[in-house]
Design a protein around this ligand. Sequence first.
Ligand code: GDP
Length: 522
Amino acid sequence: MSIKDEVLKRKTFAIISHPDAGKTTLTEKLLLFGNLIRSAGTVKGKKSGKFATSDWMEIEKQRGISVTSSVMNFPYKGFQVNILDTPGHEDFSEDTYRTLTAVDCVVMIIDATKGIEAQTLKLFKVCRMRGVPIFTFINKLDREGREPLDLLEEIENELNIETYPMNWPVGMGKRFLGIFDRYNEQFVQFNGNEEETYIPYADLDKPEHANLVQNPTFVETKDELALVDEAGNEFSLDAVLKGELTPVFFGSALAPFGVQTFFDTFISMAPAPTPRKTTEGVMSPDNPEFSGFVFKIQANMNPAHRDRIAFLRVCSGKFERGMSVKLARTDKPIKLSQSQQFVASSRDTIEEAFAGDIIGIYDPNAYRIGDTLIEGKESFEFDELPQFPPELFKKVTAKNVMKAKQFKKGIEQLVQEGAIQLFKDFRTESYIIGAVGQLQYEVFEYRMKNEYNVDIMFESIGERIPRWLKADQVDPNLFDERNLLVRDREGEAVVLFKNDFSLRWFIDKHPKVELIDLFEVN
Ligand code: GDP
């Protein structure tokens, strides 16, 4: 098969949702379709004490959540499906965001009883801003949820995106009868179990469906649907692929109901890998020479082998195990050995991969996040990976001062991995760690102890609003503990404003000081 054909088969995406919206349940159903697991319940973890296929680190087991984004892949109906797992909000880390740079589209799950939940909004917005195509699955239709129109309006307003309902639910909760599958022009009947009955629109007036068709909920919804047909947005695959319109599927991951139709339609529409921007123009996925970038580095994934794995998104050409490539940053050759593909902690050695695939390669401490690897002679780098705004800040010290050396080493390595963001107090030089979510501190503390044998202490300085200063505008006298002046990794001056009020007060008082917000999303 040609490289082009291989690329066209790839469907690489992430599922994003608020915790408890149903990501694990839906992922499990998809893995069942892919025959990766045999029965439901294998993936379900958390409360039952079992752990999700995608959860692997010790700390994940303790907390019952997935900290690291893992990769699941399987063939499905002629396609090669790559699902990247992402942690939900409280578990947010930069990993979550960076994972989005390695996928070609996302599936956003929304709990029909809750709608868009504030904490997760930012993750959705990052996708929207980056123009990542978004497919929406509105889950838990078997429960009494919010009105479909209301949910669609919320998505449109909050994300500034058009919606196109691919199907329309008839009733909810106890009155749930099924969905009008608008896209395939059929009614999918809910029978209270896994069995779905597909009735083409044209057959609905057959006598055997009289009961259904005369049901008041059905009649009412038909009128509602007529309105949606009339007044709703037009479907446009082009708009979907530009990330301007999200196809919306209603269903229930648990029942399961509507999942098969959702997945089949999604897979047929989801984009194959597209050309990626580099410093020297765009790189086509079917370019014969291999290229890719590192979007995540993980140390000590398996305590039995102390190792570091770099996760690589293949962007062009053909990856072959053991091949020699060039590390663009250093311009030095490097051999890609011990390549692996992941289904959580079980690793299969992988012999070849194409654009869209995610592989784990052994990292002899050579890679950095964002690194570009190239097979050919040219020199270029893929677009820099975006940094994401830390919101929480804590001072950190080693409990035992004698351990200063390990402490420093641990911090430096974890910073390089991109697990945390490091700042230093402008005056005292003490370490301050910025994180996107609370869990990062726990992981950090755990890893410092387990991998570097250092007990650490935190002193919270709370949620802060970071703003960067121009070098010639740094005046330490303007700042105190309240609006703390620090330096970032690169030595740039940053003010950690106590809150919005302090920030506005400062701007008012010192209009000449330019405050730079490095992050577009807030
Ligand atoms: P995650 O945190 O997003 O991975 O959510 P889970 O998949 O763990 O689901 C959270 C809870 O919601 C679990 O108790 C699920 O059984 C339940 N759940 C998931 N999907 C559905 C659904 O379609 N209907 C109902 N009633 N419950 C669901």
